[in-house]
Each structure stands twice: as structure tokens, then as C-alpha cells.
Design a binder for this molecule. Sequence first.
Ligand code: PGA
Length: 252
Amino acid sequence: MRTPIVAGNWKMNKTVEEARSLVFSMSLKLREIEGVDKVLCPPFPALLAVSALLQGTDIGLGAQNLHWEESGAYTGEVAPNMVAEFCQYIIIGHSERRAYFGETDGTVNKKVHAALAHDLIPIVCVGETEDEYESKLTGEVVRRQISQGLADVDPVKAAQIIVAYEPIWAIGTGKASSGENANAVLADYIRPALTDLFGADTAQAIRIQYGGSVKGNNADEFFSQPEIDGALVGGASLKADDFVAIVQAAAK
Ligand code: PGA
């Protein structure tokens, strides 16, 4: 049995003060929910403040990006050990980073290796564009993203990795995939690609989230699917009640 995991990707939202008040408004309720791993991923400037508020709770903290080098002349970048000072998780290869900031399967792979070397748990995002979906290329795209993004990862460490399947046409659009459609992508393409890389036992242990317009009122549809082990949540993670409702749905 895989423990479900729900992570809130706050993207480029919330100042430190706003981050504090969002955490205040949901942490007590989140702490009461058992049987699901919960993770908040605020922007970098809020990590220190949020990590202080989460001390002693069972709520994990993640960042949204990292560089693969240890240190050096990389203006504007954040090194893995800087992320690991505060975080247990790291989102890698989000489609917005791939679309706007030149992230490729190659850079995803370097970041995954760097994260694992610092004991950070990578949440690796994969998913097809609307054009690829309509051209029936979903399988090809996610298989490539998995096989190249997770290439040469030690199978022992691979079991901790979390994969987030996020069809790009469903992100921030209110147009969620159906539970059945998302489950089929996981069953037909993602889990088999993980099996090719790491063998069946490890592939079965890896948790796969769905992401893309998950809300309190549609979360059940996804979490009732056998292959879906939680969600990576954008917009709804900025609203305490909605995020709590999603975590509650994952705990059922
Ligand atoms: P959304 O974003 O929930 O706002 O669609 C999901 C994501 O980008 O991780």
C-alpha cells in the first residue's frame, strides 16, 4: 500500500506575511488528518518563515526549483544544500519551468540526481501539451520524460521519488482530466516506464500524483482511482478550505 501524498504548489504567490497567514489558517486542520503525507511548497523567500511554523508538525516543506551545481557563479539560482536546509521535498520539471525557463528532460535529470544526493525527495512533473494530447502522443511524451528525466537513478533511491502526472491542458484551466483518463495514463505508460527503469517492485513503490485543476469538489474522483496516490495542487492550495478538503479526500 502506498501512502497518498498531497502537495500544494503555491507557485509565485504569497509574500512572507501572506504565507504565514495561509499556514495559520490551515495547519491545525491539516495536522488532524492522518494517513496522508502533506506538503507545502511556498516560493523561496517564504521558506524560512514557513519552516519555522511547521516545526514539530507532520507537514512537510518543499521548494519549487533548485540548481544542480553545489555552488558558484549562477546568478539567481539556488543550490541543493540551500534547499535542503529547510525542505524535505523539491518540485522538479514543472511544466511552467519547462515552458518558460528552458527546462528539459536533461536538466530535470541533473536536478533529480542533485536532489537525491542531498536527501531531498523529488516531485518530478511530467505531462503532455494539449496538441500532444489531441495527436494521441501522451504515451510517447510521458514515457520519454520518465526515461530521460530519471535516467541512471540508483534503484534503491528511486523508490522515494514522487512522480506528478500533470496534463498541461489541465493546469490552471479549470479543465481537469477525468479520473479514469488520468488513471489510464499512469497504468499504461508511467508505471510501465518506471518498471523498465527500476524493476517492478520499485515501480510499484513509487507514488504517482495527479495534478491539474484538482479542487475540493473533484478530488474524490481522482483519489478513488487505484493508480493515483495523491495530488499536486496549484490554485486550490492557496485557499485553506479547498486544500484541507483535498487532503481529507486523500485520507479516505
Ligand atoms: P492547478 O496547478 O491546480 O492550478 O491546475 C497544478 C500545478 O501546476 O501543479
